[in-house]
Design a protein around this ligand. Structure first.
Ligand code: AMP
Length: 307
């Protein structure tokens, strides 16, 4: 079993009603790798960083079992930088700045050792890069999952549509699903997106959980009601990491197992928001994860007798 993760590795600067993070480590692939490595032992990362990216962050991922041979280090350039400010509800945010830097002309090279890829997680990144990785794989993976965001809908829609046509599962948030499909109803939006290619569509609704659509089936997973959400950055990527990590570990891509994978993803995301950046993800133990998954089971468990 091998899982290839593609996505940004970045510096983030986050402002929430509770405070400001200043420059910290972020990026879609960073969160995905930290999350998925709780389940999938061999993760192969594809990304690009500048000479300013701390070596100790890369070392921590290597120690975690993440293979970084597909991560290019451009010594004389700067890493991708993103800054955002959350609204008081913590469910919505404004992007204040996106500096592509090394991402602007990133040409990924898939190492030969990654060719046994069975699960491909295309994290948020330039759509042309996501597509290039799919094309470089000689054998189509068992499952291709893709995440994206409004930024790419606005700046690279044509390329984005080409990638969407190639994937099995598309992950987007509610606003992005509406923007992509032109439909306000999420049921209609999911149907329109399925026509674009993916057989499965997951629509994330922040603190209101996530919906999984496949043909005429819908499954809903709540988000764990938390007393305090400190920083929601990376929750979507952490969710994606838990989702694909569970599927890769169990090797089962049925709709029923995707339901479990969504709960695993939601459990991991609930840890991510407890501290700034990747901090909480670096500390959690297997026991804490299992306890939290149980909390989800309890949250939706009820008996009913219909007369
Ligand atoms: P999330 O909160 O799950 O949507 O992901 C937040 C992460 O996405 C941050 O750590 C950012 O570095 C990264 N990010 C933000 N904008 C982009 C972009 N346009 N392309 C790739 N990654 C991005």
């Amino acid at each position: 079993m091998s899982l290839v993760v593609v996505g940004s590795m970045a510096f983030d600067d986050i402002e929430t009603p509770f405070g400001r993070s200043n420059k910290i480590i972020g990026g879609a692939a960073t969160y995905i790798a930290w999350s998925a490595s709780n389940f999938a032992p061999r993760i192969r990362q594809i990304s690009v960083v500048g000479g300013d990216f701390p070596q100790e962050e890369l070392d921590m991922l290597s120690l975690r079992g993440v293979d970084l041979s597909g991560v290019q280090i451009r010594k004389d350039q700067r890493s991708f930088y993103w800054s955002g400010r959350y609204h008081v509800d913590m469910n919505t945010r404004d992007t204040l700045d996106t500096q592509l830097n090394v991402l602007a002309d990133f040409d990924p090279v898939v190492p030969d050792s990654y060719q046994d890829c069975e699960f491909l997680m295309l994290g948020n990144l330039v759509p042309a890069v996501q597509l290039s990785v799919i094309k470089q794989l000689k054998k189509r993976p068992k499952l291709v999952v893709m995440d994206t965001m409004n930024f790419w809908m606005e700046t690279a829609l044509e390329d984005l549509e080409k990638v969407i046509a190639e994937v099995d599962v598309l992950l987007v948030n509610d606003g992005e699903a509406r923007q992509l499909s032109g439909q306000y109803s999420l049921v209609r939006a999911a149907r329109e997106i399925q026509k674009m290619g993916p057989k499965y569509v997951i629509i994330k609704k922040g603190e209101h959980g996530a919906l999984l659509f496949h043909e005429d089936h819908v499954f809903f997973a709540p988000a764990l009601p938390l007393e305090e959400v400190f920083d929601p950055t990376g929750a979507g990527d952490t969710f994606a990491g838990g989702f694909i990590g569970h599927l890769a570990r169990t090797q089962d891509i049925s709709f029923d197992n995707m339901k479990s994978a969504i709960i695993v993803g939601s459990a991991l995301a609930s840890f991510c928001v407890e501290k700034f950046g990747t901090q909480r993800l670096k500390e959690i133990s297997r026991e804490e994860i299992d306890e939290r998954i149980q909390a989800f089971v309890q949250l939706v468990n009820f008996d009913i007798q219909l007369v």
